[in-house]
Design a protein around this ligand. Structure first.
Ligand code: SF4
Length: 307
């Protein structure tokens, strides 16, 4: 019998926080979640990049809680205020059932959102779902603040890596996300994902089947941070696929932070996309600024897990 990944939660080092708490005994660390997977929403999502959403949608499973505390979090109701919502506790079998339901509904892939602190619950569920016949790719859609050791431990279970690259400035990462070592951690994470799966590969319909797609959200007034992030990507691989995102809006506590208490301007976004092209990043997804209203699930819905 295979060892359960979740057995590793007795001394939690799932993410770079390395809290060392016993989540199996009900203890919680920075992310606030014990060993039980807490799911806030599961459904088809059409607002991801075209290779991820395709025509039939991406089968998203949103985990509650987070190992970052971004003051501008668009999902703050599930990442920070999950105790107030309608999240569901799921064991591996329950998660696997949701994955199979999404596949039956036509999803191109299963897309785990915010998995860094649930990586081992996710891994056990993937293994179970594969055993039950799941045949579509699995997407790991994280904030980039991951443990390389944990990524290695789940080798072979994820097909598509979809991490954020938020900062290459530890001071900014501390101020905005309470992660003062983010810029030290994320290069190794991206390098590991690239080494594991390579560049993004798509099928004949342009839908992703494996590989790496990095997301960078451009923050207002933080052009130097964005330039450093793009420099890192170009140094890893000029052919890396990157989605340069324009949809920043001052959500959650952003209004209390001068500088990011406003939307991004078209000039700022253009400056960064031109910089990416100058660096030779030829596989960049660039948005129209008007398209900044990306679909977000209704986390207050009465039916967060479909009809
Ligand atoms: S997953 Fe949570 S408890 Fe574990 S190290 Fe990260 S923040 Fe701490």
């Amino acid at each position: 019998m295979q060892e359960l990944f979740t057995d590793k939660l007795g001394d939690c080092r799932c993410c770079p926080r390395g809290c060392g708490v016993d989540r199996l005994a009900g203890e919680t660390g920075f992310c606030g979640i014990d060993s039980r997977a807490l799911v806030s929403h599961a459904g088809l999502h059409f607002g991801e990049e075209p290779p991820i959403s395709g025509t039939r949608g991406s089968g998203t499973i949103f985990f509650a809680g987070c190992n970052l505390r971004c003051v501008f979090c668009q999902n703050y109701r599930i990442s920070q205020e999950f105790g107030k919502g309608s999240s569901a506790v799921m064991d591996s079998r329950g998660l696997a059932s949701e994955m199979l339901r999404l596949e039956r509904e036509g999803a191109h892939n299963i897309n785990f959102v915010s998995p860094s602190h649930m990586i081992f619950q996710m891994a056990d569920a993937i293994r179970m779902a594969r055993g039950m016949g799941l045949g579509i790719p699995v997407v790991y859609n994280s904030n980039g603040y991951d443990s390389v050791e944990a990524l290695r431990a789940i080798d072979g279970l994820v097909d598509i890596w979809l991490p954020d690259l938020k900062y290459m400035d530890n001071g900014l990462a501390m101020r905005l996300s309470a992660a003062g070592d983010y810029a030290d951690i994320v290069p190794g994470v991206l390098g590991e994902m690239l080494a594991r799966s390579g560049r993004l590969e798509v099928d004949g319909d342009g839908v992703a089947v494996r590989g790496l797609l990095v997301r960078h959200l451009v923050l207002p007034g933080e052009m130097e941070n964005s330039r450093r992030c793009l420099d890192l990507l170009a140094s890893l691989d000029p052919g890396i696929h990157v989605s340069i995102m324009s949809q920043y809006s001052p959500q959650y506590r952003a209004c209390q932070h001068p500088g990011i208490n406003r939307p991004l301007t078209p000039e700022e976004y253009d400056e960064i996309t031109e910089y990416a092209l100058d660096l030779g990043l030829e596989n960049a997804f660039i948005q129209e600024l008007e398209s900044s209203d990306h679909y977000l699930p209704d986390f207050d819905s009465d039916t967060p897990f479909g009809e």
